[in-house]
Design a protein around this ligand. Sequence first.
Ligand SMILES: Nc1ncnc2c1ncn2[C@@H]1O[C@H](COP(=O)(O)OP(=O)(O)OP(=O)(O)O)[C@@H](O)[C@H]1O
Ligand SMILES: CC(C)(CO)[C@@H](O)C(=O)[O-]
Ligand code: BAL
Length: 281
Amino acid sequence: MQILNTAAALHAFTEHARQTGQRVGLVPTMGALHDGHLQLVQAARAECNEVVATIFVNPTQFNNAEDFRLYPRVPEADAALLAPAGCTALFVPSVEEMYPQPTVLRFDFGELERVMEGAHRPGHFNGVATVVSKLFHMACPHRAYFGQKDWQQVAIIRQLVADLSFDLEIVTCPTIREADGLAMSSRNRRLDGPARAVAPLLHQVLAAAAAQVRQGVPPAQVRAAAEATLAREPLLTPEYVEVADAQTLQPLAAYAPGRAVVLCLAAHLGGVRLIDNVVVE
Ligand SMILES: Nc1ncnc2c1ncn2[C@@H]1O[C@H](COP(=O)(O)OP(=O)(O)OP(=O)(O)O)[C@@H](O)[C@H]1O
Ligand SMILES: CC(C)(CO)[C@@H](O)C(=O)[O-]
Ligand code: BAL
């Protein structure tokens, strides 16, 4: 596995691969890797000759300085996990390399970003779209792999790819969970014992809500029941629970026949902000 630190080195690596007929898969991450990330690498490995993972804790997508400061950073452990999973190159740039000058780019994803993560983390998707656009330009991958755990992020990136005519395919992989249902997340490392013990409640609430959606319980009622369950747990502070159209991400007043529903939540648990979602087809 090659370690690449500059945009020029990344571009040269993938350009050579493309010119020799190799397919390039890109797996953008912020590191502190777990099986959710490794699944993306393995999916890329199954479909591409070269698999480029990126690790960059992107400052422009953090709306909370403390969250950025405390974001887990374990570069040596990450590198050791990637090669066995099938990664052939790892791009680990500095902030100066990614942002040689302060960015003034502004994206507007319309209604897609006025809800959930976009509404609760001002500027977040502007930062995500900025760094993902840069990575796409630097690496020119055939395919880029993202996790369903960040459902809204995938919707935003698909819109970005369409709007800017990036010549690549977005591949989405399912959410990988711990045995007790907790969605794997780098931020889980920051949970202390009591918080970790409560954490599976997030998925339990979503699973119960999904069952209600399948039974036709109205969205407002599903949402209220989920919020009430979360609020009963003293360690948890729910930020939002949403019952939304899985494609448009807009909150639902009623179900539409044949349209998938996504149930999304964000909650603070012992000082750590976690998100999760499930889709009801
Ligand atoms: N449990 C998971 N299952 C599948 N994909 C995941 C999972 N967790 C993260 N991913 C995906 O991995 C990619 C990199 O995500 P990221 O590095 O932010 O990890 P993370 O675990 O989501 O961390 P955090 O949520 O704490 O920022 C994203 O496409 C994300 O959706
Ligand atoms: C896509 C991404 C790597 C951009 O920094 C990040 O938002 C993430 O890890 O999901
Ligand atoms: N996985 C999304 C990255 C973030 O929380 O900033």
